[in-house]
Ligand binder design. Structure first.
Ligand code: GLU
Length: 436
């Protein structure tokens, strides 16, 4: 049995961090087992589904590195649904209903006012059927078969079908609701594991009976706790936080993957540069039941940590030509984003406009300007330069290093000067020191 998972977004909007997390866990699980990860576009709602969102979903998955082993679209599969629906109808597992939304609403209110659960009441066998009204269709739950499964995240689950409403599976205009096509597809595509948010738990209960009614063994289920913002609820910001805006902020896809893979699990979030360790370690038993908290500040920090040991080859195509491998290695501990690397080009090659030096730094800068022209640039110029300045002025520590760092980089903080200085041309350094 090849492990097969699917990510099944409805293309009615762009992906946000919440559904990317679901996609990622499906992908990690498939990759861990050498299995297949499918993208299933749930576009039964032809009105609200948009091609531009399908394209954006593909692009986001590719950017994140979540490669798919196949893509399916529900809108191309209506004939299959029709056939399975007819079988269920013949078997008495779907039945026609004629209530209007208003009638259903009144029934609900009556039940609630009596303190009863608002469960749909089936019409008795042989009840009159209105003429000239197109029915909608419900799936008939088997009231005598308690529904049970062991959820990979939530453990043993138990539902009493008597307490559940028969779910509507098809509208009067013939269009499909989500529940039944999803089951038909999960069977047809050989899905072995369904990984999705815990908001689907009660859908799963009904769907398990649909799998059985269609003669299939239900897949394994993992329902993950929801993702919430730092305020502890599903914020508007989180619900709309898309990959494009994170990319624009300079967040690397691997940072998103590294955070979302582990958030809400008992494994620590780690600054990995490759998904391999995340694939090896995914384990739904280590997923928590409490909502996972997503914090953009944590993501930015993780992004920064990851950049600190990201190899040149991984980012070279996004760097200015002036940032060579040695220069990248020197500056990466100081970067929040790859784009910031461009800001270091003038520090290496000019044009360079140093901040005015303070009077107290004069002696150090003059000694450095005098010493620099005679230094062999191939042999640890920073230590030779600072040694000469120290000998000439007696300055040491911060009073020695900070004026030089400022005069040479224009900044108070930055890469190790011993690593940086050989990467700046000697003539540049001499010019900067004599101008200081
Ligand atoms: N289209 C459904 C959704 O986005 C899919 C749920 C599922 O994974 O079965 O909620």
């Amino acid at each position: 049995m090849t492990v097969t998972t699917r990510f099944a977004p409805s293309p009615t909007g762009s992906l946000h961090v919440g559904n990317v997390r679901t996609a990622l866990h499906n992908w990690l699980w498939a990759r861990r087992h050498g299995g297949r990860f499918l993208l299933r576009i749930d576009d039964t709602d032809l009105e609200r589904s948009k091609e531009e969102y399908v394209d954006a979903i593909r692009a986001d998955l590719a950017w994140l590195g979540l490669d798919v082993n196949g893509e399916e679209r529900q809108s191309a599969r209506f004939a299959l649904y029709e056939g399975e629906f007819e079988k269920l109808k013949a078997a008495g597992r779907v039945y026609a209903c004629y209530e209007t939304p208003e009638e259903l609403d009144i029934r609900r209110k009556i039940l609630l006012s009596r303190g009863l659960p608002p469960v749909y009441e089936r019409k008795p066998e042989g009840a009159p059927v209105p003429v000239g009204v197109a029915p909608h269709w419900r799936f008939k739950l088997d009231h005598d078969a308690p529904i049970e499964w062991t959820d990979m995240v939530r453990g043993p689950q138990h539902f009493e079908p008597k307490t559940m409403s028969d779910p509507v599976v098809r509208r009067a205009d013939g269009s499909w609701l989500y529940l039944l096509p999803s089951v038909i597809d999960d069977i047809a595509m050989g899905i072995t594991h369904v990984v999705r948010g815990e908001d689907h738990v009660s859908n799963t209960a009904a769907q398990i009976q649909m799998f059985e009614a269609l003669g299939a063994k239900p897949p394994a289920f993992a329902h993950e706790a929801l993702l919430v913002g730092t305020e502890g609820k599903l914020s508007k910001r989180l619900g709309s936080l898309g990959m494009a805006s994170l990319r624009d902020e300079g967040i690397e896809p691997i940072a998103i993957v590294a955070l979302l893979a582990r958030l809400g699990t008992s494994d620590p979030v780690e600054p990995v540069t490759m998904p391999a360790p995340l694939i090896e370690s995914i384990d739904f038993a280590r997923f928590g039941r409490a909502p996972a908290r997503f914090d953009e500040a944590e993501l930015a920090l993780l992004n920064q940590k990851i950049l600190h040991h990201t190899d040149y080859e991984a980012v070279a195509d996004r760097l200015p030509a002036a940032i060579t491998e040695a220069r990248w290695n020197a500056i990466r501990p100081n970067l929040m984003t790859v784009a910031e690397a461009a800001g270091w080009v003038p520090v290496f090659d000019g044009p360079f406009d140093p901040p005015p030096a303070g009077e107290s730094d004069r002696a150090v800068l003059d000694a450095a300007a005098a010493a620099a022209p005679n230094i062999d640039w191939t042999n640890d110029p920073w230590h030779v330069l600072t040694g000469a300045v120290k000998d000439a002025t007696g300055a040491k520590g911060r009073a020695l290093f900070l004026p030089l760092r400022r005069a040479l980089t224009g900044r108070d903080h930055g890469p190790d000067m011993a690593e940086l200085l050989p990467l700046v041309a000697k003539s540049e350094v001499v010019a900067r020191l004599s101008a200081a």
